[in-house]
Design a protein around this ligand. Structure first.
Ligand code: ADP
Length: 295
């Protein structure tokens, strides 16, 4: 008894240690594989042991998390690359205009023209920087939108007044159809103004002279705000992408109109923050309708 008990205990302890080491060795391997994955090799994945137990679930959960991280990092890298690309053009234009004006003495009229072009490009650049900042804050989750009960009828009438001035300059008629009673939603007034202004500005921008833009608000549950135009429309293959950042259906035409393809991305973000949905319908050559449905 004196001999066999200690021997049995030692044998049991050694056996237990060997078994647990063997059972945990895949966890050890996974830990070192995971430790070797960083921002530079985010496409690497853990080997999933086909054991049908917790270890297999652990490895595949890690791999799914890596998938999500990889796509988020890809999006951010793409955003930075696109933003730098967009900023390069106006900055180069400002510099070239100034350099050309300074190359030799010119008349006061020539200097005025060069400065006018510089001011125009600078305005475009600061709009772009503002939009980029809004989206960067939205990505960082720092753009908190405080909400309050607000009357959409008043907001729509107010923004449409600005739209009418904008439309008149381009000979596009802007119509407003609002209910007689208030339509109350929980929202952030400046953000909703911006959302409507983006839709209205686009509708006017992409509608030729003599066209018509109709902004209508329907008050029944749910409240629906729509902006319809009789403009150039959006080709069916481009329609699913219009809310993506930096997307333009026709980049060459767009540069003249001053858009960087960020407006609708911001509009979608604002709608999402209000738990609203935004959707677009369009027939090329006949016009487009953008609809925001509030909860
Ligand atoms: P932009 O500032 O370039 O107008 P947006 O994000 O607001 O960018 O719009 C993305 C693209 O969707 C535009 O470049 C344009 O091709 C298309 N688009 C948006 N609104 C309209 C519209 N009302 N009619 C026709 N095309 C539109």
């Amino acid at each position: 008894m004196l001999l066999s008990i200690p021997i049995t205990l030692i044998a049991a302890a050694l056996g237990g240690y060997a078994i647990s080491r063997q059972a945990l060795s895949p966890v050890d391997a996974m830990t070192s594989e995971a430790a070797a994955i960083g921002i530079g090799n985010l496409s690497r994945r853990l080997v999933v042991p086909r054991t049908g137990d917790e270890l297999e679930r652990l490895a595949s959960t890690w791999n799914h998390m890596l998938d999500r991280l990889e796509s988020a990092v890809k999006q951010l890298t793409q955003f930075t690359a696109d933003a730098s690309h967009e900023l390069r053009t106006p900055v180069a234009l400002i510099r070239t205009t100034a350099e050309l004006a300074l190359r030799r003495p010119r008349t006061a009229e020539d200097y005025r023209e060069a400065l006018r072009q510089i001011v125009e490009e600078s305005e475009r650049t600061s709009r772009l920087v503002d939009d980029l900042l809004t989206l960067a804050r939205a990505d960082a989750g720092r753009a908190l939108l405080s909400t309050e009960p607000l009357d959409l009828t008043l907001l729509v009438r107010d923004v449409c007044e600005q739209g009418m001035i904008l439309g008149a300059a381009r000979r596009v008629e802007v119509h407003t159809e609002t209910p007689l009673t208030p339509v109350t939603v929980q929202g952030n007034p400046p953000a909703l103004r911006r959302l409507l202004f983006i839709l209205l500005d686009n509708a006017i921008k992409y509608t030729s002279e003599g066209g018509k833009v109709t902004v209508s608000l329907r008050g029944e549950n749910p409240a629906v705000l729509s902006v319809a135009d009789t403009g150039i429309g959006i080709p069916p293959d481009a329609l699913p992408h219009v809310f993506e950042r930096f997307f333009r259906a026709d980049p060459s035409r767009n540069r003249d109109l001053g858009g960087a393809g960020l407006g609708l991305a911001i509009a979608r973000w604002i709608a999402e923050r209000h738990n609203a949905t935004i959707a677009a319908e369009s027939t090329p050559g006949l016009g487009s309708t953008f609809r925001v449905t509030f909860p």
